[in-house]
Design a protein around this ligand. Sequence first.
Ligand SMILES: [Zn+2]
Length: 106
Amino acid sequence: VRAQFRLSDLVPVELNVEAVHHCADAIFVDACGRSSDCRCPQCGKASRRVHSRYIRMITDLPCAGRRIELHLAVRRFVCDAAHCRRKFFAERFGDGVIRPIPVASP
Ligand SMILES: [Zn+2]
């Protein structure tokens, strides 16, 4: 029985899937945030200035016996508000963004 792998179950609209790689026992998904800006958690000002990126690996997503590794590229933004004490902040995703996939029934 082929695993019913639906990418939409794993990756909601907040994320943009860039690549998917399959191998025998795992699926690798490269994704990044879709929004072009992000609000500073300190002052609330939206920023589009991306300072850097890092990869957050999310591996505890079993899918019908196959392991899923989500490689999420998290952007670090620059806050350019003059009065703000926070110079950089990482992009945030909602709690519901990453959720496990139900195992497909045979
Ligand atoms: Zn700020």
